[in-house]
Design a protein around this ligand. Sequence first.
Ligand SMILES: [Zn+2]
Length: 423
Amino acid sequence: MSLEVDVDRVLADLRELHERHGGPDGARRLAWSPDWEQAREWLLGKLGELPVTVDRDEAGNVWAELPGRNDDGRFVIVGSHIDAVPSGGWLDGCLGVLSALGVLRALAATGEPPAVTVRLVDWADEEGARFGRSLLGSSAVAGTLDPDDVRDLRDAEGTRLQDALARCGVDLDEAAAKAPARLEGALAYLEVHIEQGPVLLDTGRLASAVSGTFGDERYLVTFTGQAAHAGSTPMRLRRDSLAAAATAALEIREVGIRHDGVCTVGAMTAEPGVITAIAGSTEMMLDLRHLDADTLATMLQENLDACEAAARKFDCEVEAKRIFGATPTPFHPRLVELARAAVADSGGEDGDPIPSGPLHDATEIGRLLPTVMIFAQSDPPVSHTKIEDSPEEALRVAIAAYGRTAGAAIEAVAAGELAAAAG
Ligand SMILES: [Zn+2]
């Protein structure tokens, strides 16, 4: 089945949403805010035009079900997130939700139920922009949300995460306990998203299948030396923690290059932070990512070794504290193949699937279900800013390819081609 999404209509929906919940100052769809709830009301209005059943799970994710030929409880999931970072762009997340809406529309327009049931999902709080915890709704469904980890997170006003959710009718403990049942019978998950980076632009490609999402390790590394007078302490007698951290940072960069991954020292804070003093302690924020778990582990070891070596060189101590970790999520090979073919059939260039550096809801779900993503080129190659954009041609290819991937995936799961259902 070649499923043809009405691309013009998806683009019109995107522009309408941007007019209502975006504008010149960027997106106004911060999760758990009245703006976000209104944007979702708008989506419910669109869904109301289709023969679907809509409800919300315990974690606040919105689901819309288009029943398939057999009422056997098995289904394919299409979707993404409508929430956005404050003043964010017009495509991040909503491209996926409104393309999924386009898939439901195309299926409904055939006049016959699809071979399997299809459910659209709008994940709650993918961005984590308010409380610093991303993928909240999808991690609840995936069973990886520990309420005690997030309950007391506070926003800039001091509101606790648990209370903000309760105001939107979401009980955090219920969410973690009950939302995972939503995946019982799920066969596959498909998501289209903007790339949010420069790879497709750099290689002149409009869209691409995505091979998986990078594993991610985040560390706080503290170098401790001795604060001392900048005038009285000869160079050879210093224990300069900032020199150690800076030396380590340059080597960390080389590790990323060597392993074709990404290693980032995003911030360093030196104490006492005085122009006339040697830095007694320096804290460094380290983030490293790779699609291959073994290579990620090697990169981590080499990064930590680089910190040890730099500390020794400057007579400092070093301590590394892990603050976040996510394993790589390679997507399903058969679905990646289908998505690649769909991009080529939709006017995109045939090319190797690219990995995703950013985490997505597909990262959570891809650990449990056959999953694939499609990326549209970003130009300028940035996101989480109001200047985020994609060429219309790239959006057209990605949306059409997403529809074709959905059509092919529905056929594949109906024929029992993919792995068994979760749950
Ligand atoms: Zn997103």
